[in-house]
Design a protein around this ligand. Sequence first.
Ligand SMILES: [Fe+2]
Ligand SMILES: [Fe+2]
Length: 192
Amino acid sequence: MKQTAKRGKMMPIGPLMIEHRLIERMLAVARRELERFNREKRLDPAFVRELVDFIRMYADRCHHGKEEDILFRDLAGKELTPELRNITEELISEHKWARGQTRDLAEANERYAGGDESSFVTVLARLNALSEFYPKHIEKEDKHFFLPVMRYFTEEEKQAMLGEGSELDATLIHEKYRRIVEGAEGGAEGGG
Ligand SMILES: [Fe+2]
Ligand SMILES: [Fe+2]
């Protein structure tokens, strides 16, 4: 179909950069909500849950998944400059750090929702950390990493990466809703 000719020009960093824009928008909302929580001296645990879901499913599974399990995996077989190799390692450890912050955020938010007001400050601190982190991490990738690493791949390799990225997207929607059904079948809030 016509679609394939158009796709031929797209690089695997195309979808990654588009995803960055949505992550930035969500984190801008998080920043605004953080300021509101601060003013009102109370949280909206439902918003924080929604944010945690966005970060886990979209920013981490869908987006970092394409970076780590596809792009970085394929870069491991290339002779990168030491500088690009260093950036790759930094990006991986930043993803790990963000996962930890998100877990702490989710746990503190659930404690707060359960009546523990002392978790308020933890939630604010994690929201602040994550909303400062993402724009910097994204800028590092957009401005100093994505384009230089594309030079290491043939057209064929790039198309294969794009295809794998689409497959990942396709599996995630099923995974997400299967989890929701399983959670609902299990009854109360628990799980994760
Ligand atoms: Fe990343
Ligand atoms: Fe990214």
